[in-house]
Design a binder for this molecule. Structure first.
Ligand code: HEC
Ligand code: HEC
Ligand code: HEC
Ligand code: HEC
Ligand code: HEC
Length: 259
């Protein structure tokens, strides 16, 4: 588990000294660590990106051992700076894996659902043409993918460009996005309620059946969130309707158990 705080600066320096003395870490130690992160946490002169490091360590990526190299490239198996940074390019370089135009494919390597939907949006098309006005993955999720927007947050994000004073005024787009994300949250809440009822069922066979039904109801919720990345919400609405129907059916079964 890679979890870091301010204290890791000291721990990382210790690792550096130990490495110099004892040679390469074992394969197991490497699995659980990112050399990139260790060195960056240990070097206060990379200060400008300190907030980025902290954000990474708290993000789902830091917590799930998605290391720096997964977005930036480079060689995570060495503490030798030149080797480590071999193909690491600054984010302003158009060939960099973290340049705004490259992010969809960099992030999309792991997040295929959102990537596929995003590719059929006008945002994606314009991004590829070098249009500076359109959003990329980090616009809504932050540079380390640490944020998920709330419905109101999303409305604000759309409105920052599609509001009356934005670069592409489109009245209705922002409010529509909020309403749909509220729909996603509402179905998720009902599903959570159903899941906590299911947890209390004693009969293991019946519990397993209902757990499977809950999973079936969750699939279209995941698909809806991914389909939202087209930013035209017809598919999202359709998936959400399916999720709603399955969840309602599940709740009905929980309230009136059939024999
Ligand atoms: C031995 C310590 C060390 C290791 C290991 C290391 N870095 Fe760095 N990195 C630095 C320092 C120091 C800087 C800033 C000074 C400089 O530009 O050399 C830096 C700069 C960077 C930059 C900014 C580049 C730019 O052009 O602005 C990125 C991105 C980066 N590192 C990513 C990584 C990744 C990804 C890895 C692992 C594959 C990694 N680093 C491994 C010490 C390290
Ligand atoms: C999920 C993808 C992702 C991960 C993981 C990630 N970064 Fe970044 N990083 C970015 C993006 C995107 C930028 C571009 C600047 C921005 O949008 O703020 C960036 C910018 C930077 C910069 C500033 C220089 C530049 O090129 O703009 C440094 C230094 C850096 N990252 C180092 C790291 C280190 C060290 C780690 C691991 C602790 C890490 N990053 C993990 C995506 C990531
Ligand atoms: C090497 C694979 C990989 C890359 C590259 C990657 N991610 Fe992730 N991402 C993960 C994993 C693993 C998780 C945590 C498990 C999960 O929630 O699916 C995650 C979680 C997330 C989450 C939270 C999902 C949730 O439901 O809470 C978001 C948002 C996200 N990533 C966005 C991004 C963005 C934006 C980028 C590019 C800047 C990116 N990811 C790059 C693997 C990756
Ligand atoms: C205009 C804003 C916006 C942009 C741009 C955007 N997203 Fe999202 N993303 C969202 C919203 C809204 C959600 C749903 C959040 C929720 O359900 O709470 C989401 C959810 C996600 C999730 C979690 C759901 C899942 O399917 O696992 C991931 C991962 C993700 N986005 C990745 C990406 C990637 C990769 C890109 C770039 C190709 C991207 N996003 C671009 C707004 C955006
Ligand atoms: C960073 C700015 C930015 C953000 C944020 C943004 N857009 Fe866009 N969007 C644009 C631009 C620029 C265009 C191209 C418009 C044009 O010039 O015709 C566009 C085009 C579109 C289009 C295609 C044209 C149309 O109206 O049919 C849709 C749909 C759209 N955006 C929906 C959204 C939604 C929904 C959100 C929020 C989830 C959002 N956008 C967030 C900048 C943005």
């Amino acid at each position: 588990m890679v979890k870091r705080g301010v204290g890791s600066v000291i721990r990382s320096s210790v690792i550096l000294v130990a490495l110099a003395t004892f040679g390469a870490p074992t394969a197991e130690a490497q699995l659980n660590r990112s050399n990139c992160a260790d060195c960056h946490f240990a070097n206060p002169y990379t200060e400008p990106a300190q907030a980025h490091l902290e954000e990474w360590s708290r993000s789902p990526h830091g917590r799930n051992i998605v290391g720096c190299e997964q977005c930036h490239g480079g060689n995570p198996d060495t503490f030798e700076s030149l080797q480590a940074h071999r193909d690491v390019l600054g984010s302003l370089n158009p060939s960099s894996a973290v340049h705004r135009t490259q992010l969809p494919s960099t992030c999309g390597a792991c997040h295929i659902g959102p990537y596929v939907a995003f590719q059929s949006s006008q945002h994606f098309q314009l991004l590829g043409e070098g249009d500076q006005r359109v959003p990329t993955c980090s616009t809504c999720h932050g540079s380390v993918g640490a944020h998920l927007l709330s419905p109101v947050g999303l409305e604000r994000q759309c409105a920052s460009c599609h509001g009356p004073n934005g670069v592409a005024p489109r009245p209705g787009r922002a409010a529509g996005a909020r309403l749909l994300l509220e729909g996603v949250a509402e179905v998720r809440d009902s599903l959570e309620a159903a899941e906590s009822l299911i947890d209390r069922i004693r009969d293991p066979v019946r519990r397993a059946e209902l757990e499977a039904a809950a999973q079936q109801a969750e699939v279209p919720v995941i698909q809806a969130r991914q389909a939202g990345h087209r930013f035209v919400f017809d598919q999202l609405e359709e998936r959400l309707a399916t999720a709603r129907a399955r969840t309602a059916e599940l709740l009905a079964q929980l309230v009136n158990p059939s024999p």
